[in-house]
Design a protein around this ligand. Structure first.
Ligand code: ADP
Ligand code: MG
Length: 395
């Protein structure tokens, strides 16, 4: 459990409440929101505050404007979509200084239950450097602070960490609570057997996750591009597959230490080119010269399913193959379909894994889909997340 105060631990009526949300949603080149998942995920906290008579001041970053008021990264489209979702007006405080005269005037005009959205916090260069001055400006707008931005919890910025120095208490929103509950229970107090599935492109980017999870899981399944470095460690040839030669020794060490806890693919879907239309075939063991592995093969799928069959908790990070190409998406899709039916707690973390599950239309069949790619990764690495550490402890 999260040992921090939450929105229900404080009296919010009539208070100006600054809420750090994660409205970093994808936009197309017409500044239209292409995926509203993060907006929807923020609604429970906002709705609670509105219903309880708070003056709700929302803030978030979007993209990387690097300290400049980049018009394409304005939060205006978010204010509009949020109004639709809440069924009430969200006043957008357009203000290149984020906390400038416009924002101050918008806040001063608020009544109980009103909602104001500030401009992209990264319009200010201080934001990502956690500079005191901007944290104080943000804090000056409000009486209470709520952090509900799980997606940035692994960063110490003004709007999620710095500001907590100047507004107390600083409490957790419902989304942060939910993320920590699912990820935390899955990793730290799981119903067993606990099986983790790791995939994606690189061993190097997931080393800390592998190490932390190996200590906790009953089985660790490895698929995706990272499997080939383990193939090389087993003495197999890998053709032109993704391979990280510098990590072969590391993979050998993991194989020695983890023994049969580690479950690797036994066959591979290979092609001569990184192309959906390239002719492909399945091989067991060695990958021949000139061929690259792009998905796990049918025997591997069956083996993985057998391991997962009696799992009670599953954590999945990283696709099993190049799921973006339909001909190499089978491994990922079959694992997703199995998890959707499994009588277990299923937790999905990682940007591409979440995209793969949603693409398969199975998002709502999982117990929890993390909204924070980087943050969920760092959580799985066993790291403390600064955005959470900074919140006020529950007694
Ligand atoms: P996540 O975002 O879920 O943490 P990663 O970013 O680590 O996942 O990896 C996702 C990427 O890995 C995808 O773009 C996918 O195409 C790629 N990938 C998976 N298997 C392979 C493979 N066999 N060869 C090359 N790339 C792969
Ligand atoms: Mg990714």
């Amino acid at each position: 459990m999260l040992n921090k105060l939450n929105v229900e631990s404080v009296d919010v009526k009539g208070k100006r409440v600054l809420v750090r949300c994660d409205f970093n949603v994808p936009l197309n080149d017409k500044q239209e929101i292409t995926d509203e998942t993060r907006i929807v995920a923020a609604l429970p906290t906002i709705q609670y505050l509105v219903n309880n008579g708070a003056k709700v001041i929302l803030c978030s970053h979007m993209g990387k404007p690097k300290g400049n008021p980049v018009p394409e990264l304005s939060l205006a489209p978010v204010a509009k979509r949020l109004s639709e979702k809440l069924g009430k007006e969200v006043v957008f405080a357009a203000d290149d200084n984020v906390v400038g005269d416009n924002a101050k005037a918008a806040v001063a005009a608020m009544n109980e239950g009103d909602v104001v959205l500030l401009q992209n916090t990264r319009y200010r260069a201080e934001e990502t450097k956690n500079v005191e001055a901007f944290s104080k400006e943000l804090a000056s707008l409000a009486d209470l602070f709520v952090n509900d931005a799980f997606g940035t919890a692994h960063r110490a910025h003004c709007s999620n960490v710095g500001v907590t120095e100047y507004i107390k208490p600083a409490v957790a929103g419902y989304l942060i609570e939910k993320e920590i509950k699912f990820l935390g229970n899955a990793v730290n107090s799981p119903v067993r057997p606990l099986v983790a599935i790791l995939g994606g492109s690189k061993v190097s980017s997931k080393i800390s996750v592998i190490e932390n999870l190996l200590k906790k899981v009953d089985k660790l399944i490895i698929g995706g591009g990272m499997a080939y470095t383990f193939f090389a460690a087993q003495g197999k040839t890998t053709g032109t597959s993704l391979l990280e030669p510098d990590y072969i020794e590391y993979a050998k060490k993991m194989l020695d230490e983890a023994g049969d806890k580690l479950v690797l693919p036994v066959d591979t879907v290979i092609a001569e080119k990184f192309d959906n239309d390239a002719p492909s075939k399945v091989v067991e063991g060695n990958i021949p010269d000139g061929w690259m592995g792009l998905d796990i093969g049918p025997k591997s799928i069956e083996n993985f399913k057998a391991v997962l069959a009696d799992a009670k908790t599953v954590v999945w990070n990283g696709p099993m193959g190049v799921f973006e190409m339909s001909n190499f998406a089978k491994g990922t899709n079959e694992i997703a379909a199995l998890l959707a039916e499994l009588d277990a707690t299923t937790v999905i973390g990682g940007g591409d894994s979440v995209a793969a599950v949603n693409k398969a239309g199975l998002g709502d069949k999982m117990s929890h889909i993390s909204t924070g790619g980087g943050a969920s990764m760092e959580f799985l690495e066993g790291k403390d997340l600064p955005g959470i550490v900074a919140l006020t402890d529950a007694e």
